[in-house]
Structure formats: structure tokens, C-alpha cells
Design a protein around this ligand. Structure first.
Ligand code: ZN
Length: 242
């Protein structure tokens, strides 16, 4: 998606469920990795056709949301985006082994150094988020058996400022091991979020991010490193993921 020569293997990959997950969660870390010269890729498992208040499938909405996501990917500096057309809101009905196979194959072809996905509660308890996070971690374990596991797997672990919404986070999501300062790319995260015009909750997220910038002058994304499963030797706050 850019003219820059891509690393054929390596870099940072994100595996999520819906168009807009990339912007809400990891736009900052992905943009920083891009700026550091790393190849940044995204795998989404649905086209988001049920992203309306009724949660009813709408194929026109799927087209719209895929376009919105490609707009966001360009703001972030994503090198490659892959979208699989599984049913939005019903990922748990797809055989789990199918999802694991697809994610493992995608990762095996690209061999990213690090992978971002959702943790055990998927931040918002969205069932698709939970499934994609679990399937990605199973896929990584399968790659490990073949000796090609990524060096690191991170789950989204939101760092909340005062006034932020809070969620029912799992322990791994509630205690970020990596707090990434994304202030220098906050404008691009805001621009990526703004691409998702069809999503009503985007405005609130943009307002919260702007408020945090105005109040603190600094904003973060949080991640917990879940693979390798041993703790880091020292605190790694304020570092990049790759
Ligand atoms: Zn989502």
C-alpha cells in the first residue's frame, strides 16, 4: 500500500476482527513501527457488515467499512492489509480450527517479528475479539512447533487516563507490560479513527484522545507481552514493540 520496499518477512503484524479495531487499539504502535522502517501488516477476519445498531448484516456496510479501514491503513502507514470474509458478530460459529489454520498460514508466509492481537476479554468483551485473540495465539503455538514463531506476541492492554471509559479487562489486559508513548503519531491515530465515519463510537474515542492530549500533552497505547511467557528482565515502559 506504499511505495516503500516491503520486508518480505518480518516486521509487525496485527490480527483483529473488524475494520476499525486497528484504529481503536493499535494505530499508534503500528504507525511508530512503520516510521522505524518496519513492515506493518494487518489481518482482519471480518468485513464488519454487522456494524450497525441492529447488528444485522448489510453488505453495503461491509463495502463501506472496508473502504474506511483502507483509509485508516493509509493514515497509519500499513504496508499490507488482508481481509477474510467471515461473518461479523458470528466468528464463534466458524470452526475454531479453520480460523487457526488461516491465521497460521498468513503468519507463516510473512514471519512477523512481533504480533499484536486481542487478549482474553477482547478489551470490550466482544465475542469476535475474544475468538480472534484466542485463534491467533493457537496459531502462534502451531508455528512454534515448526520453529517459526514470532519473537513476541502482544495483547492490547488499554492504558486509561482519567475520564476514560473502563472495561471488564482480563488480568493480562489490565496490567500493560509495555506502555508505548504514541504522542508523535497521535495525529495519525486521530486521522485513522476519523476514517471510520460509519461507526458512531468513533467520535467519543476521538474526543477522549484529544482530551488526553490537551490535558497531559502525552498519550499512550498499552500492550502486554504474552509470548514468551516469561517476564521481561526489566520494565520496558515507553519502548516500541519492534
Ligand atoms: Zn471490533
Amino acid at each position: 500500500m506504499t511505495d516503500r520496499q516491503r520486508e518480505p518477512i518480518g516486521g509487525l503484524a496485527a490480527v483483529f476482527a473488524h475494520p476499525d479495531d486497528e484504529s481503536f487499539t493499535a494505530a499508534g504502535a503500528l504507525a511508530l513501527a512503520h516510521d522505524a522502517g518496519r513492515t506493518v501488516r494487518l489481518l482482519l477476519l471480518t468485513r464488519g457488515e454487522a456494524g450497525n445498531p441492529e447488528r444485522s448484516p448489510d453488505l453495503d456496510l461491509a463495502d463501506t467499512r472496508e473502504e474506511e479501514m483502507r483509509c485508516a491503513a493509509a493514515k497509519i502507514g500499513m504496508d499490507e492489509v488482508t481481509v477474510v470474509d467471515h461473518p461479523d458478530g458470528r466468528l464463534s460459529e466458524v470452526p475454531f480450527s479453520t480460523l487457526v489454520d488461516e491465521i497460521a498460514l498468513w503468519l507463516a508466509d510473512r514471519r512477523p517479528d512481533a504480533v499484536i492481537t486481542f487478549g482474553a476479554h477482547g478489551v470490550t468483551n466482544d465475542a469476535d475479539h475474544v475468538v480472534v485473540g484466542a485463534a491467533t495465539r493457537w496459531a502462534v503455538e502451531r508455528l512454534a512447533e515448526s520453529g517459526i514463531a514470532p519473537h513476541a506476541v502482544y495483547v492490547v492492554a488499554p492504558v486509561f487516563g482519567p475520564g476514560h471509559r473502563s472495561y471488564d479487562l482480563s488480568p493480562e489486559e489490565g496490567a500493560a507490560s509495555h506502555r508505548i508513548e504514541i504522542t508523535e503519531v497521535a495525529g495519525r491515530k486521530l486521522a485513522a479513527l476519523a476514517c471510520h465515519v460509519s461507526q458512531t463510537d468513533v467520535a467519543e474515542e476521538i474526543a477522549e484522545l484529544r482530551a488526553a492530549l490537551d490535558r497531559d500533552g502525552v498519550v499512550y497505547e498499552g500492550y502486554t507481552r504474552v509470548r514468551p511467557t516469561v517476564p521481561a528482565a526489566r520494565p520496558t515502559f515507553y519502548s516500541r514493540l519492534v
